[in-house]
Design a protein around this ligand. Sequence first.
Ligand SMILES: O=C([O-])CC(=O)C(=O)O
Ligand SMILES: [Mg+2]
Length: 387
Amino acid sequence: MRIVDIREVTKPIASSIRNSYIDFSKMTTSLVAVVTDVIRDGRPVVGYGFNSNGRYGQGGLIRERFRDRIINADPGSLLNETETNFDPHRIWDAMMSNEKPGGHGERSVAVGTIDMAIWDAVAKIEGKPLFRHLADIHGREANPRVFVYAAGGYYFPGKDHSSLRAEMRSYLDRGYNVVKMKIGGVTIDEDRARIEAVLDEIGNEAQLAVDANGRFDLETGIGYAKMLREYPLFWYEEIGDPLDYALQAAMAEFYDAPMATGENLFSHQDARNLLRYGGMRPDRDYLQFDCALSYGLVEYLRTLDVIKAAGWSSRRCIPHGGHQMSLNIAAGLDLGGNESYPDLFQPYGGFPDGVHVEDGHITMPDLPGIGFEGKSDLASVMKELAE
Ligand SMILES: O=C([O-])CC(=O)C(=O)O
Ligand SMILES: [Mg+2]
């Protein structure tokens, strides 16, 4: 049993949206296929992965470093104890050989993308959905019903309040009951007017989260906190620089309601520092670490250990990224839910065909692996890479 090839192609996921920090006019993602010689249903098993939006495709790192460490490893060293499947932890160790600790940079994105494809292959070899495989190996009961919220509300050329309201209305029409919008990309007065327009539109049918994408210094973050606390928000997200734990800690004095952060922390060590020094409150705040940007599920399992040791429930985790990998982790390992971008980053984000949001939740279908083959537009770009 061996991995015979790892292929990467860098694909555009560009659009004219912007948040307070970046625009997405040149955004890309790496799509990866891990080709094995294991035969299921008469065909070789292929696992697929891709990275989340916000960081660019990692073709250089994948092709120059991480791919070869797996392909050149002794194939037996990558298998589980019983030699019945690949072992994602051993493959992770092979990828990370000769890598120093710390300074996580974007190698975590390259490794996370390959790791996603490995878990897809492993669950396909088991003949199970990944969420059921994860629940089984952790001795727990899977829960296929997962909370999802609709992320959008970007700044956009020509976008006015009526188009922002229409966007949010369309999420409600599709079954969501929590929606998210960007803040920090215009003046505070303009953002206040945008927030009021959205709250007026959604009324008591849904709750609103706001995301500053790490834009604010302490003074601006506090100024916004004082404005935002007048409204019943779901959360106030990524206020300041993701690595400025003292800023995050200071915010608790000015903002009682839930805050969320973590999408730009790429290792369990960084997650641990957030919990040690960021003043995050386990009874109300949310953690958004995204395995596809942060060394994959092998590392995310360590992150889950870190948050448990710090006294947090896994239910406080609602990952960034809107991909089916985190949906599987949520259903298999009892996370609080997952992000979703109903109209963006297609065909990579979203759900298998025929899966609909009801009351802010989806129900995972029983598809082998991560379930990518159940989403026809995604399956066709994946197949192109593998064939
Ligand atoms: O706009 C982005 O970079 C995405 C983001 O922060 C989110 O989904 O929370
Ligand atoms: Mg965010």
